[in-house]
Design a protein around this ligand. Structure first.
Ligand code: SAM
Length: 387
């Protein structure tokens, strides 16, 4: 078989491609960068940075751990802004502006940009660059972790986010404020596929079903890894997330806890999932805490009595618990059987079917969300952080 000859390193094709790569990297960004995997190992670099800046130069160490892959293709940046349908009166929220490649384009299209950046070196560079362009009055820069910051009012989100926070960030957006028109997000391609998956698709999972409850997700375009600097290992996709104006009347925390249980093994039948002793005991504990399950409560040993305690019929506390769990199991399996869900697999169920099952459980006083655990957390900790 004939093999394609390798191009010599000095071939015109290789030379042109190398030049294009370098130009792309410098295209929208006049800063120089070095790449590092770990923030902690390179903290000393901040000092070097200050020195260089004093000399009018700006050198950056880019941290992979913070997802610092800058989007350098003007073509892709322009498409993202165009597809976001920004109005001249809009306030746009940008998570992770970096050195401002996207921010400047957003400032040209919108009335205001609120940018949240965790890395103070990036934030300094962004501020300088925006001032150089005369846009400083229209930028609000928040130097914080976007996951731990309350978002101010905004109309749209447009961002090339650090991929490591995709899931909690989307949860914070779609289950949080919700009063925005849309979020145009650049995500890792595989993550975007999972977000876009439908029941029956191999990628369909809890993330997709949770987001589908409250929002519509559209694929906008794919972006090659070569459009970033430094070039990451993965390709990317842009998606558009639009919060639904009418969402089903359901306690969102109860829903998220319910889908966590159902999708713990997404290809198992619900019958098999709900027969697991550990899951049943946990569910029984939560339902009993809600003070709803009188029939299981009578078999629950109270916490202030010893392990050796006996009930009125002479059963020890551990056997009381066993009996409680088996009674509870019977009840759960009956609900699944009578409603036709026992042999169904979560990976094939749509939002409406799952809502129906949750409402059947709740009508029968079976609950999933541990309100007591939440009571001990702060407002930000209790956000929906694990889609
Ligand atoms: C993928 S880069 C995008 C930079 C820029 N938007 C661009 O497209 O060139 C992600 C940016 O998010 C910042 N970042 C990482 N984690 C963050 C967090 N938890 N909150 C806010 N910003 C974060 C990084 O410092 C980095 O500047």
């Amino acid at each position: 078989m004939l093999q394609k000859p390798k191009l010599p390193w000095f071939s015109p094709t290789v030379f042109v491609s190398r030049c294009q790569q370098v130009l792309r990297a410098l295209d929208c960004n006049h800063y120089h960068h070095r790449v590092s995997k770990d923030v902690s190992k390179d903290e000393h670099f901040d000092d070097k940075l200050r020195t260089k800046k004093a000399n009018g130069e700006c050198h950056f160490q880019l941290y992979k751990s913070r997802g610092q892959h800058l989007l350098t293709s003007a073509r892709v940046l322009d498409s993202i802004v165009k597809k976001s349908n920004i109005k001249a009166t809009d306030t746009v929220l940008e998570i992770g502006p970096g050195t401002g490649n996207l921010t400047l384009k957003l400032l040209e299209a919108a009335s205001k940009v609120v940018a949240i950046e965790i890395d103070s070196r990036m934030a300094d560079a962004l501020q300088t660059r925006v001032a150089e362009c005369g846009f400083e009055d229209r930028l609000t820069l928040i130097r914080k972790d976007a996951l731990k910051t309350e978002f101010p009012h905004f109309d749209l989100v447009v961002a090339n986010i650090p991929y490591g926070i995709s899931s909690p960030l989307i949860a914070k957006l779609v289950f949080g404020t919700r009063s925005f028109r849309s979020a145009t997000l650049l995500l890792q391609k595989e993550f975007a596929s999972r977000l876009l998956a439908n029941p029956g698709d191999s990628e369909f999972n809890r993330l997709a079903v949770n987001v589908k409850l409250v929002a519509e997700v559209e694929h906008v375009m794919n972006v090659s890894k070569r459009d970033f600097f430094p070039v990451p290992k993965v390709d990317s996709s842009v998606v558009l997330i639009k919060p639904k104006s009418n969402i089903p009347k359901v306690d969102l925390k109860e829903w998220c806890a319910f889908t966590r249980t159902c999708f713990s093994k997404k290809n198992k039948t619900l019958g098999a999932t709900f027969k697991q002793k550990k899951k049943l005991s946990e569910l029984m504990r939560i339902s009993t805490l809600m003070g709803m399950n009188k029939e299981t409560q009578m078999f629950q040993p109270s916490s202030d009595i010893s392990d050796e305690c006996e009930d009125a019929e002479g059963n020890s506390s551990s056997s009381c618990l066993e009996m409680g769990v088996s009674l509870f199991k019977e009840k759960v399996i009956n609900i699944l059987r009578l409603s036709g869900f026992e042999d169904k697999r979560p990976s094939k169920l749509c939002v409406e079917e799952l809502l129906k099952l949750l409402s059947l459980f709740n009508e029968n006083r079976i609950f999933f969300h541990d309100k007591e655990e939440d009571a001990s957390k702060t407002e930000l900790d209790t956000s929906f952080d694990d889609l």
